[in-house]
Design a protein around this ligand. Structure first.
Ligand code: CDP
Ligand code: MG
Length: 681
């Protein structure tokens, strides 16, 4: 792709093409103390009214523009008004980066150390203590807490933030909190009448917050709950649309970025793109063109390790413009300092369950047009510290045709883990009162998977094995693999591998034009059976090296082998947690076999039986359960190999269906690996 620096005649034309004026200036007052900033937020004027309403109502729905101060201020107001009582205030976030960065901000506003009065809890990472009163949590973590504390009795107030995102976990909480509130109320009433003295359960307050929410719908669900609106926004954001439709959004984003960079006053730029590939390609193009004009490019996408994601929050050096390329994980909740311009391509990747009927049977990510709610959130990232500008790379007409809000995840994602969690709570997905009920076919698919994994018996009842599986903070199929390893006495090896594949960053850096160099650098780790044992060899080699080497040699070693060191550090933390869980469910994680190849692959086959394929006479691989033909991913150690049967970690769908994380196993491993499948299913 050849992309000249934008010249005048190739400019992208926006409807109001004068753009922001150079003369425009943001207040350049010296950094104001945080307290003063707090007082200037639009929500501050409503503080007393808000507290009064929340005090009087069990459920409150709070709407307010992005940046009005909902997420950072409401929990503090509740605390200051004594509404936390003896309990804690939980604030849920659909994304972990939001939970961790908000906790840090609120701790700073209160002048306390993170982890004392204010803390956070996300999967595999928690900073809070005995005196924590405000806790920012990922919605998934709160769901897990339900399993050990079904009334969430530690919390006095639960704030469901960014509820418009309608993640599976948020919907799960929306449904459960409704019944928990009733139960806790009953418990308190009984206690009040002196019939019961042992219950320490207090009433629960629920607050639902968002900038873009179908408030009426939430209100109806919660018995006509009170809806409150916070008026006003802190800073204006001016929106520009393109004059005509853009065909190549990466190219348009590049041109728009340089139009801003060359013509507009200082201020950092945040560009929203659908996924990692587009982000990497735009990064290359920007760097290529930015030689003479200093630009600091930072990336932000889900599979980037948390520590690397955190870089977007660091200060921009003087005389430099920061440009952040992000997926929708930077869309809600967060404040990125310095951002004045947002470029919105109008696209995102959305998780969808491809049903068996369409040849799938798995979750996949598809690039789609965003919703109006997303567009508003994206624009909102520009007006957090001063007036901002948002360049939408689509026409105003296209914006008007966008859907208002996205379909809830519960209607489009795999429900396996949720069904298992509900079963542990003694509930059935079919009978829980959800705001939007799930599709019956997805429920059946989830039940079938759990039954195949042995978590449910023939009458859909939770088995002891299923309960053990739910204890592990990983997907049910991975939990099943860990439990199977106990029979095959190789838990130590299996946990090592599961930790590595649960890490959010990819271990094997895959640079397509260097595949030969990469293969030779890594050949010593290569295990003939495929990727799972190759990962184990790699981890062992890393640990052996790390015992004697210092930080910089460790880094160099990883670089030489094209490996991502963060995967190791993250995996070692996950491993600690999995080992602790093993202890809790009575499994000896130290169990290890000298010749572990066979036992490890047998354990993996038990969990991956639905993620397996058999070689066909024509040389293709066809799913063992399902109709799809799959190819081995070119980045796999088994790429181009023909073996009788494979198991794999995941399927990725591009123009073909690729299996990633592949191992070769004898066909005989599948005998008896599943309960007998009844006819017709
Ligand atoms: O939740 P909502 O979008 O209403 O706003 P918020 O997250 O409570 O943030 C309110 C304001 O606090 C932002 O617009 C920023 O000005 C400031 N803030 C900040 O400077 N740094 C943060 N990490 C969080 C918030
Ligand atoms: Mg917020």
């Amino acid at each position: 792709m050849s992309l000249p620096a934008p010249r005048k005649k190739r400019r992208i034309h926006f409807d109001d093409d004068e753009g922001p004026k150079r003369s425009h200036s943001i207040s350049s007052s010296p950094s104001t103390p945080l307290q003063k900033q707090r007082e200037q937020l639009p929500i501050a004027k409503e503080r007393d009214a808000l507290i009064r309403e929340i005090r009087e109502n069990d459920v409150t729905i709070l709407l307010g523009e992005t940046g009005s101060g909902k997420t950072t201020q409401v929990p503090q107001y509740l605390l200051e008004a004594g509404l936390a009582g003896k309990g804690m205030i939980a604030v849920t976030q659909p994304r972990r980066v939001a939970a961790t960065s908000l906790a840090a901000r609120v701790a700073a506003e209160r002048g306390v150390k993170l982890g004392s009065l204010v803390g956070y809890s996300v999967r595999f990472d928690e900073i809070c203590g005995a005196d924590t009163k405000i806790k920012y949590v990922s919605d998934g973590m709160l769901v897990r807490e339900l399993l050990s504390d079904p009334l969430l009795s530690r919390y006095s107030v639960i704030v469901l933030d960014e509820a418009h995102e309608r993640t599976l976990r948020t919907d799960f909480l929306i449904a459960n909190l409704k019944s928990i509130q009733v139960k806790r109320k009953q418990a308190t009433d009984v206690k009040g009448k002196g019939k019961c003295t042992s219950s320490a359960v207090n009433p629960l307050k629920i607050i639902v917050m968002s900038a873009t929410l179908d408030a009426e719908k939430f209100s109806r669900f919660y018995h006509n709950a009170r809806i409150l609106y916070v008026k006003g926004r802190q800073h204006p954001v001016k929106i520009f649309y393109t004059a005509v439709n853009q065909t190549d959004y990466v190219d348009s984003a590049l041109r728009t970025f340089f139009q801003i960079h060359l013509d507009q006053p200082p201020g950092d730029v945040l560009i929203f793109l659908p996924g990692q590939e587009d982000i990497e390609s735009l990064e290359k193009s920007i760097k290529m063109h930015a030689k003479r004009l200093p630009v600091l490019v930072s990336l932000m996408y889900a599979s980037l390790p948390p520590s690397q994601q955190a870089r977007i929050f660091s200060a921009t050096p003087p005389q430099t413009r920061k440009c952040i390329l992000a997926t929708n994980i930077a869309e809600t909740s967060i404040t990125i300092p310095g951002i004045k311009y947002v470029i919105d391509t109008g696209k995102s990747k959305e998780k969808r369950y491809l049903s068996k009927d369409t040849g799938g049977g798995f979750d996949t990510l598809l690039t789609r047009d965003i919703t109006k709610a997303s567009a508003m959130q994206r624009a909102g990232r520009a007006g957090r510290e001063g007036p901002g500008f948002c360049f939408r790379l689509y026409t105003e007409e296209a914006f008007n045709n966008l859907a208002a809000a996205s379909e809830p995840e519960i209607r489009r994602c795999s429900l396996t883990q949720s069904v298992l969690e509900l079963k542990c709570l003694g509930q059935d997905l079919e009978t829980v009162e959800f705001m939007d009920p799930p599709d019956i076919n997805s429920v059946v698919a989830a039940l079938k998977t759990l039954w195949i994994l042995g978590a449910l018996d023939d009458s859909k009842t939770l088995t002891p094995l299923g309960r053990q599986m739910a204890s592990f903070p990983v997907e049910p199929y991975l939990a099943r693999i860990i439990l199977a390893s106990s029979t095959h006495e190789c838990t130590s090896e299996v946990i090592d591998i599961v930790s590595m594949i649960s890490s959010s960053s990819k271990l094997f850096l895959d640079i397509s034009d260097q595949r030969d160099a990469i293969a030779s650098a890594r050949s010593k780790f290569r295990h003939p059976s495929g990727d799972h044992l190759t990962i184990l060899n790699t981890l062992r080699a890393y640990q052996e090296m790390a015992e004697t080497e210092n930080k910089s040699s460790r880094k160099e070693w990883c670089k030489q082998h094209f490996l991502n060191e963060r995967t190791f550090t993250e995996a070692l933390k996950i491993r600690d947690q999995l080992r602790v869980t093993c202890g809790r469910v009575g499994l000896d994680w130290r169990a290890s076999k000298k010749d572990s190849e066979d036992p490890v692959l047998r354990s993996f086959t038990v969990g991956l039986v639905q993620q397996s394929a058999l070689l066909q006479p024509d040389g293709s691989y066809k799913q063992l359960m399902g109709r799809s033909v799959v190819k081995i991913h070119p980045g796999s150690t088994l790429a181009d190999k023909k073996v009788p049967a494979i198991i794999f970690d995941e399927l990725v769908y591009t123009n073909q269906i690729y299996a990633r994380g592949v191992s070769s196993v004898p066909r005989s491993y599948f005998n008896g690996a599943t309960p007998a499948i009844p006819n017709g299913s």
